[in-house]
Design a protein around this ligand. Structure first.
Ligand code: TRP
Length: 446
């Protein structure tokens, strides 16, 4: 299989595509509820440390492999393994990544469907003059309605796969370019609103007062998994994007900005959401519904709130769309590399992911009490194990390959920064990121 000739149209396009992959439900929906369930400031602190020490260096590792291999993930790994005369079995890391993104996309699409529902509701003015209790009750009623959920899930999968079928480097960046700054703007407005609420002080204390007593291994493990999830690292999805990266671009500079932005978006949405939680005496451990209940309440108190709310869900939808396209890309790229036509590959992947997603849809009604492992129903299972365990395992393997196995010259040139920067990266990955990930995984699992 030959090198791919596809490239992002510009340097900016690559950064936008990676930002699009990184910023999504992870920041705005998953981060707040995970923080709520894992002790607040303890989780937040660990998450930031892990993003900087593990996520960021491993993100570089992953993109470097794609960029040096210039092929779909499995083939890039096979090609570089052959160059370095190491085991061809490294290519299975690509397959493991495909399995991981498969399950992640299956629930990601369902939750993104919730944004579609809320966008329509906001436009229809369904939240006007509603009490917090009524807003909570209407979310519960929606979850209990598998048909409505399936409709939105289907629509979202169609949106995602139609772009993937056309090829990623094909203009989606332009949409991103306009929409993402608007999303940040609305989040800033929300942050400004949060400052005026009665619960703001408590939210800030809860998020930022160090609370080391709340840390146990499961909190550490969850925070690590979330750092991978939010940066889109560990499943070879960014590796697929790296294959299209222009030759003359510095990787560290590109991804550092992405990571900082990713943290900033998560913090802003956390501050906004927890201010509402504490203002209204709600429960921070409420779980996956947290954002969908708190934000309509927040917006309903802002002047012109319905317009803001509609705009917010529209932009959130775009953010999740660019993330889900990234989730789908490695699977489709692999089929294309195996000789499939892109359109057919996208249709097959889309159909399979959609089907498995139905189990997540039903996890809020018919299958709610069907437990797979411990107390976890299907949705709980796929929204926990692939992000919190599969991604770190995948990231660990990717990092070992990039730092210890692939030819060093190829790695250095794919890194694209200064030689000293490369050396720093190498030391960080070899002696910090890899051992730390391994220790957390083992301790968290045993
Ligand atoms: N980072 C995205 C978010 O925070 C989710 C995501 C996109 C992802 N691509 C990925 C997660 C690849 C893991 C692997 O919403």
């Amino acid at each position: 299989m030959n090198e791919t000739l596809e490239r992002w149209q510009s340097r900016r396009a690559f950064i936008l595509a990676v930002t699009g992959a990184a910023v999504g439900l992870g920041n705005i929906w998953r981060f707040p509820y995970m923080t709520g369930e894992n002790g607040g400031s303890a989780f937040l602190l660990l998450y930031i440390v892990f993003v900087l020490l593990l996520g960021l260096p491993m993100m570089m590792a992953e993109i470097m492999i794609g960029r040096a291999g210039r092929r779909s993930p499995m083939q890039a790994l096979a090609y570089l393994a052959a160059e370095a005369s190491v085991s061809p079995r490294w290519r299975w890391v690509g397959l493991f990544g495909a399995v991981t993104v498969f399950f992640i996309l299956s629930f990601y699409s369902v939750v993104s469907g919730w944004s579609i529902e809320y966008l329509v509701d906001a436009v229809n003015g369904s939240f006007v003059d509603r009490s917090p209790q009524q807003i909570g009750a209407s979310f519960d009623a929606f979850l209990a309605d598998p048909l409505r959920m399936t409709f939105n899930h289907t629509l979202f999968m169609l949106l995602t796969m139609s772009v993937v079928a056309a090829g990623v480097a094909n203009g989606l960046e332009k949409l991103n370019n306009v929409m993402m700054p608007l999303l940040y703007l609305i989040l800033l407005v929300l942050g400004g609103y949060a400052v005026t609420t009665a619960g703001f002080g408590e939210a800030m204390r809860w998020l930022f007062t160090p609370n080391l007593a709340a840390i146990d291994w499961s909190v550490v493990l969850n925070a690590m998994g979330h750092a991978f999830f939010t940066l889109a690292v560990g499943a070879c999805a960014l590796m697929a994007y790296g294959a299209y990266m222009p030759d003359d671009q510095s990787l560290p500079r590109a991804v550092f900005a992405v990571a900082l932005l990713d943290i900033a978006v998560a913090l802003l949405s956390g501050i906004a959401i927890f201010s509402v939680v504490f203002t209204h005496g709600m429960d921070p451990t409420e779980g996956p519904g947290l954002m969908f209940v708190t934000l309509p309440i927040a917006f309903s108190e802002l002047p012109g709130g319905q317009v803001w709310l509609g705009a917010f869900f529209l932009l959130l939808l775009v953010a999740t769309w660019t993330s889900s396209i990234n989730l789908a890309e490695p699977m489709v790229a692999m089929l294309v590399a195996a000789g499939w036509r892109r359109g057919r590959a996208a249709a097959l992947v889309g159909a399979l992911v959609w089907g498995v997603g139905l189990l997540s849809v039903l996890s809020f009604s018919t299958l709610a009490e069907v437990h797979w492992i411990g107390e976890m129903n299907f949705f709980a299972l796929v929204s926990t194990i692939p992000p919190d365990i599969f991604l770190p395992v995948g990231g660990l393997l990717i990092a070992i390959f990039a730092a210890w196995r692939m030819p060093v010259e190829a790695a250095a040139s794919a890194f694209g920064g200064s030689p000293a920067g490369f050396r720093l990266w190498q030391i960080l990955v070899r002696f910090v990121s890899i051992p730390l990930t391994a220790v957390v995984l083992l301790s968290g699992l045993l």
